[in-house]
Design a protein around this ligand. Structure first.
Ligand SMILES: [Fe+2]
Ligand SMILES: [Fe+2]
Length: 362
């Protein structure tokens, strides 16, 4: 769990921000003056600091200089949150070591997005401990997928062949060095489309290998995992990442991501049939209650059945918008209900694959 220190002389502001950050899964501590900001930073060792400027006794900028004097605090992201909007104050703050600046009154959505971006940046720094090939494949995939989601949001075609080459590099390193390192290196990532797509791609690949598919089929299933939710780029973030339950209208909007995804893939040259099929069928249910077509058991392809299991397992085992995460066993149990949604035989195989770390039995 990532730790955040909130520093502001207004206890009301501190508790409001603390509540919002705690709700999305951060461990938060607060301080109401510059002196206790420094001592808390040293004792609590936060992963990020939100810092006010005007405070009694020791001000925010003086506290920032003192915090930066400690070796362990040199690289921790500090976001200034202040009512000062003058250019000189912003520049002084940056000079003293602030990484970002938000002017009050604070929009909670903007604050959460900035915090999440900076935390993600610190997580990406840890990728340097992965095997060289894995870290470069992961970085390249992050860049390619970010640009793919941007293009998709604008309704433009995707650079499919490039994405496929990047995905191929990733699965090759997984085949060589396993996927445990990658899993650990992204687990604290905030709920982003990238993380979800990456994990569905990895599990689709590993499950395909476990089932004995050939190399090309394994790659195409990984590609399907990577692009299955590409249509989500067209859904507003406040709905897509809303903590808690969606109302009927919001859920209807989210359901449209499959149609949007199909439009984007149909508008892109050279997309493999398996990839389109996974995008179209990953929310279908065996009893016909899924979407968008409401097709039943035999009508859903093997890849589609695998994708709906892998997608649901991934959604349960990575941190969601409310900061909730389930362990493997709990997630597998939850996939069993409601009955009739997922293909039981494929689910049995998936459970076996998870139990064996996706290694095929000799
Ligand atoms: Fe989806
Ligand atoms: Fe998904």
């Amino acid at each position: 769990m990532k730790k955040i220190l909130v520093v502001d002389d207004s206890p009301v502001f501190c508790s409001l921000v603390q509540e919002q950050l705690t709700d999305v899964g951060y461990k938060v501590r607060s301080a109401t003056d510059g002196a206790s900001a420094v001592s808390n930073a040293i004792r609590f060792q936060p992963d990020l600091i939100l810092l006010d400027i005007e405070m009694p006794k020791v001000g925010g900028l003086e506290a920032l200089s003192k915090i930066r004097d400690y070796e362990s605090m040199k690289r921790v992201p500090v976001i200034i949150v202040s009512c000062h909007r003058e250019k000189e104050t912003v520049l002084t703050a940056i000079k003293k070591g602030a990484n970002d600046y938000i002017v009050k009154p604070v929009n909670v959505g903007v604050l959460l997005a900035k915090v999440s971006d900076w935390i993600n940046t610190t997580i990406e720094e840890q990728w340097k401990f992965l095997p060289l090939e894995q870290q470069s494949a992961l970085r390249l995939l992050k860049i390619s997928m970010t640009s793919a989601f941007d293009l998709a949001a604008k309704g433009e075609a995707l650079p499919y062949q490039k994405l496929k080459e990047t995905c191929q590099a990733l699965v090759k390193t997984i085949g060589k060095d396993g996927f445990g390192g990658i899993l650990r290196s992204v687990e604290d990532y905030n709920n982003t489309l990238f993380l979800h797509s990456l994990m569905v791609a990895i599990y689709m690949y590993m499950f395909s290998v476990f089932k004995g598919f050939n190399e090309e089929e394994c790659l195409l299933n990984a590609m399907g995992g990577l692009l299955h939710d590409i249509g989500c780029a067209k859904i507003p973030d406040e709905i897509l990442f809303k903590p808690g339950k969606l109302d009927t209208e919001e859920f209807d909007q989210v359901k449209l991501h499959v149609r949007y995804g199909m439009d984007i893939l149909n508008n892109t040259r050279g997309v493999d049939q398996t990839v389109t099929d996974i995008c179209l069928s990953h929310h279908e249910k065996m009893d016909g209650t899924g979407y968008p077509r409401g097709i039943k058991s035999g009508e859903i392809s093997v890849n589609g059945r695998m994708a709906s299991i892998v997608e649901a397992y991934t959604a349960l085992t990575i941190k969601n918008a409310s900061g909730q995460v389930h362990d493997k066993r709990d997630a597998l149990l939850r996939l069993r209900t409601p009955q009739g949604h997922l293909d039981q035989q494929t689910l049995n195989e998936f459970e076996e694959a998870v139990a064996h770390g996706f290694h095929r039995k000799a």
